[in-house]
Design a protein around this ligand. Structure first.
Ligand SMILES: *Cc1c(COP(=O)(O)O)cnc(C)c1O
Length: 484
């Protein structure tokens, strides 16, 4: 063997075609299997102890092992009754785009080749989708955790004109930022990783509708300024992770303009609601943000991973990240032309061709098709909320704004409702019938169904509730009567 290409291309082609057929069949029939099943100890043990291979293994054999030991024990987010956390369902079309991208093996850190222009196109389309100017810069990244981190870094560097922070570090500069108590954990982690410290992230209380209290925010900014601290950013959330609430984005944009602060929006899943005519008005003000983080791999159903950061003002992102290095010199022509490069907009130099699957999703389904998914998910969420309200053994625990429904089983007196609902969610997971997750709302454990998957219908909600009813009856009949 002189290189790693197959010795027999025809037999590779045959295996390749059977892989393609196998996975297409698997996606097509995903609803017929369990959502999730616990990985057997033997399978886990095999991966924990497999020694480093010295000799090669036949591709057909590796494929067999993948089908037997990996596929049945995946997380289950492709299944229509996966309602846990906030996961996209993926598409067969996205899988094919991934295959093409891997075949090309392009590195999108920079240089003069069309894959980079595909990402530039996707970023320009994203700017249009969210009402940002066409000159806005942006970057495809792993997910919103990275997108939020890049935005916070860009914001913190923007306050120190001339890039002083980049050379001298913070040097004790007391920068502080603001996000609602309900903000995603990755915001605090961004402050941590940026060296600002998590204490520099001020947590603003929420109102009765789980939205940031703008009056409280104003008071906190004034108090911090009076203490000699230096506010630099306000972070609003479009679609909170626990209940799907949307902060008052337009009021936050006004306040940020008045206070001369950077306005960032975490729109990880919720930003996509802008593509639905019915739900877009909820996000009013998001288009005024200085930066926006969102995911293509959640509501837009692009296969993992595909997040994105957009920055309104051209030059800001490069000011935060670009370096000039001899081995990355930019030329007027040749392969090293066409700067700025994507490596100037974030921490990664080598980057894959995520843009291809994003292009295929936006162009393949159109913004109408993606918007229709959002509208459908929200309709299914409303249906679930309606059923919860109609059933005496269930109670709704938060208003349903978008696609997240928080509810719980009313416990009989003998049971701690937090314990009961947490147990019931684990029971549901192990049943294989449905997989919602839990969160806390006003300090109480609730069942949280995030309707994100484009395959989920009202019928799936019915099946999930029927199973939940049987499980709740079984648990509570040990005590007194069933849950009714
Ligand atoms: C999912 C989510 C994140 C994190 O995004 P990843 O893509 O998982 O890194 C951040 N904020 C919100 C509101 C989310 O829902």
């Amino acid at each position: 063997m002189s290189n790693l290409d197959p010795e027999d291309w025809e037999s590779l082609r045959a295996i390749g075609h059977s892989m393609l057929d196998g996975m297409l069949d698997n996606i097509r029939s995903v609803a017929q299997g369990p959502v999730w099943q616990p990985p057997p100890e033997a399978v886990r043990g095999m991966f924990q102890t497999a020694p480093l291979p010295q000799a090669g293994t036949d591709l057909a054999q590796l494929y067999q092992q993948f089908m037997r030991d990996v596929v049945p024990y995946a997380v289950g987010n492709r299944h229509p009754r996966f309602m846990g956390w906030v996961h996209g369902g993926g598409t067969a079309q996205g899988m094919l785009a991934e295959m093409l991208a891997a075949g090309l093996n392009a590195n999108l850190g920079g240089r003069n080749h069309i894959p980079v222009d595909v990402e530039r196109m996707v970023i320009r389309w994203a700017a249009s989708m969210f009402g940002f100017p066409q000159e806005a810069t942006g970057l495809l990244v792993t997910g919103s955790s990275m997108a939020n981190f890049i935005a916070i870094l860009t914001a913190s560097r923007a306050v120190a004109e001339g890039g002083a922070i980049r050379q001298a570090g913070l040097s004790g500069r007391p920068l502080v930022g603001y996000a609602c108590a309900s903000a995603h954990g990755c915001i605090a982690r961004a402050f941590d990783m940026a060296g600002l410290g998590t204490q520099a992230l001020r947590r603003v209380p929420m109102d009765a509708d789980f939205r940031m209290d703008v009056r409280a925010l104003e008071c906190m900014i004034a108090a911090d300024r009076a203490q000699g601290l230096e506010p630099f950013v306000v972070i609003g959330t479009a679609g909170t992770v626990d209940v799907g609430a949307v902060d008052p984005l337009d009021a936050l944009a006004d306040l940020a303009a008045r206070e001369k602060l950077w306005f960032h929006v975490d729109g990880a899943f919720g930003a996509m609601a802008r593509l639905s005519e019915a739900y877009a008005p909820l996000l009013h003000g998001m288009e005024r943000a200085d930066s926006l983080a969102f995911d293509f791999h959640k509501w837009a159903q692009v296969p993992y991973d595909a997040g994105c950061v957009l920055v309104r003002e051209p030059g800001r992102q490069a000011a935060a990240f670009a370096q000039s290095l001899d081995y990355l010199s930019r030329e007027d022509r040749g392969l090293a032309a066409q700067a700025p490069w994507f490596c100037d907009f974030g921490p990664d130099l080598s980057r894959g061709f995520r843009a291809l699957k994003v292009w295929f999703a936006i162009a393949g389904f159109g913004t109408d098709g993606l918007g229709a998914v959002v509208t459908r998910s929200c309709a299914v969420a409303r249906y679930l909320a309606m059923r919860v309200n109609a059933l005496p053994w269930l109670e709704l625990m938060a208003p349903v704004v978008l696609n997240v429904v928080c509810f719980r089983v009313v416990a009989l007196q003998a049971y701690d409702p937090d314990w009961l609902n947490a147990e019931l969610v684990k029971d549901l997971h192990e049943s294989g019938v449905a997989a919602p997750s839990t969160t806390k709302v006003n300090g109480q454990v609730v069942i949280r169904a995030a309707l994100v998957n484009h395959r989920t219908t009202e019928h799936d909600v019915d099946i999930m509730l029927d199973m939940l009813h049987s499980l709740a009856t079984a648990r509570q009949s040990e005590g007194q009567a069933g849950p009714g």
